[in-house]
Design a protein around this ligand. Structure first.
Ligand SMILES: Nc1nc2c(ncn2[C@@H]2O[C@H](COP(=O)(O)OP(=O)(O)OP(=O)(O)O)[C@@H](O)[C@H]2O)c(=O)[nH]1
Length: 496
């Protein structure tokens, strides 16, 4: 056998090429210097010249400076502790108010329901029962104003078809239910106008951009609106736990991005009214607050505990993993067998390249990513619909019939059939099996509204298109501070 040593490639280049590179480097450096000069950054930070050796009492001066530095640090530390204590006290107070139940805050919350004629409860198709809030449903149904309660089974594109059908059958027996797949690539009006002008005239037919269930829902709501007297609008309150897709549904109905949408939970921070047509108004609301009495895995999915730093992401993942099929997790995340959640997160962090200094896996970041997958737009998982249908205590057969009255149930059924035909469902083998716990207890509480509110623009005559449809004015999210008072009522998260 003869080993031939391969010759190393020479580093020699032609002079012309070398000069060209040198010139480019010079130009680049000159440009950097120019930018720095413009910003007023001097090239070298000024050095602390210290105390010269010749200075009298040098020792004392240095000691004094050191003392002052230490004093400042202790003051900073004290301020930090005081702030922490204040925050803890505030949180404790909020929790007490939460558990007080039927206090004045709860009474106030009921007014939210008063504001809307129809309440739409949005359920994530991956865990529909876990997204139901009995407290909310009971308040709506027991209201004297005879409010309508509807379900929207959203994110059906993340659940196997068979499972969606079973859930639809289960939910329909209680409330009229609409299957929905929201569009996730709706642009704001400026981008849409640019498209119309042909600047970026590419039509988006991707899976993410497609929306299913819009026509049926819109027709049903418009029919309900037409049944009201001509002067008044139909107000539809869209409620549900964080990240179930409330804002995405409103954007899909409006076909313009008017509400903030994101993978991060708790994007919607205040109530927002959106005019869909001249007779129809949707009200987007922040997620319902999950009661702290819920089990850990429920809190991991439905609350903002982790986001608000009240719970460690590692602990949330630990409780969540217990409810999942381990084989399915290994397949979906492409990780080997693991003994505990920390081992899983370590492998997951390495796989994703979440590394800290010295190559230590960043398990905290891995945990945050894992948690946002579970309420985000991509991960496919499913829970089993209960075998036996039993109505909750607050729902009677008479109420079920009442909820269907005024709705054309044939239109709803046909609409759902069309949605099932259009959506591309994942298959069972690529979906994680999740052991759901049942409905999530919520707190209908009114917290202090954050100061940001929304400017609402009513539809104008000019918005009426030639074909008779109404193109209402866009509602700009989170702009002004004027239109709502702190008294405005909604189901909202208690913020610090
Ligand atoms: N695959 C899929 N993802 C969806 C669908 N609807 C919403 N999403 C995604 O789910 C995430 C949450 O959607 P949002 O509309 O912000 O949910 P939200 O209920 O308004 O959330 P909060 O403002 O936190 O209460 C986003 O990343 C959306 O892109 C859907 O039908 N299918």
């Amino acid at each position: 056998v003869c080993f031939v040593e391969l010759k190393k490639a020479s580093k020699r280049v032609s002079c012309a090429k070398r000069f060209k590179i040198q010139k480019k480097v010079r130009e680049h450096n000159r440009k950097l210097r120019k930018v720095a000069k413009k910003k007023g950054i001097s090239r070298k930070p000024k050095k602390d010249i210290g105390v010269p050796n010749s200075a009298p009492f040098k020792e004392e001066v240095l000691r004094e400076a050191e003392q002052r530095k230490q004093e400042l640090e202790t003051l900073k530390e004290q301020n930090k502790i005081v702030k922490q204590q204040e925050r803890a006290a505030k949180r404790k107070k909020e929790k007490e108010a939460e558990s007080a139940g039927d206090g004045p805050a709860t009474k106030k919350a009921k007014k939210v329901i008063e504001e809307s004629d129809v309440i739409v409860e949005v359920l994530d198709a991956r865990d529909p029962l876990g997204c139901r809030c009995p407290q909310l449903e009971e308040t709506v149904l027991k209201h004297e104003g005879k409010k309508k309660l509807l379900f929207i089974l959203n994110k059906i594109d993340l659940v196997p078809k068979d499972n969606v059908e079973k859930w639809l059958q289960y939910l329909e027996a209680e409330c009229p239910t609409f299957l929905f797949k929201a569009s996730m690539q709706i642009q704001d009006r400026t981008v849409q106008q640019r498209k119309q002008r042909g600047i970026t005239a590419v039509l988006d037919h991707s899976r993410a951009a497609s929306c299913f269930g819009r026509d049926c829902l819109l027709q049903t709501l418009t029919d309900l609106a037409n049944k009201k007297d001509a002067e008044t609008m139909l107000k539809v309150g869209v409620v549900g736990f964080p990240n179930v897709g409330k804002s995405s549904i409103i954007n899909s109905l409006k076909e313009v991005r008017v509400c903030h949408v994101g993978v991060q939970r708790g994007m919607t921070r205040c109530k927002q009214e959106v005019h869909i047509t001249k007779r129809l108004k949707m009200i987007d609301s922040p997620g319902i607050v999950a009661a702290s009495s819920n089990p850990g895995d429920v809190m991991a999915l439905r609350s903002l505990q982790v986001e608000e730093k009240e719970e460690s992401p590692l602990e949330a993942v630990r409780t969540l993993l217990k409810q999942c099929n381990q084989q399915h997790i290994m397949l979906q995340y492409n990780v080997p067998d693991y003994r505990n959640s920390l081992e899983f997160l370590t492998t997951f962090a390495k796989k994703r390249g979440f590394l800290q200094k010295g190559g230590v896996p960043n398990t905290e970041l891995a945990a945050m990513t894992f948690l946002s997958d579970w309420t985000g737009p991509k991960l496919s998982y499913h829970s089993r619909a209960p075998e036996h249908q039993g109505l909750p205590s607050y729902l009677t057969d008479a109420i079920v019939t009442e909820l269907r009255s005024g709705l054309d149930m044939d239109v709803v059924r046909k609409g759902n059939e069309n949605v099932k035909k259009g959506v591309r469902f994942p298959n069972l083998a690529s979906s994680i099996s999740f052991n759901a716990r049942g409905p999530t207890a919520g707190v209908l509480n009114v917290s202090e509204l954050p100061k940001e509110t929304i400017t609402i623009t009513a539809p104008t005559e000019a918005d009426e298109k030639m074909d008779g449809t109404v193109n209402t004015e866009e509602v700009l999210p989170m702009r002004g501070y004027e239109s709502f008072s702190n008294d405005a009522l909604h189901f909202c998260h208690q913020r610090q």
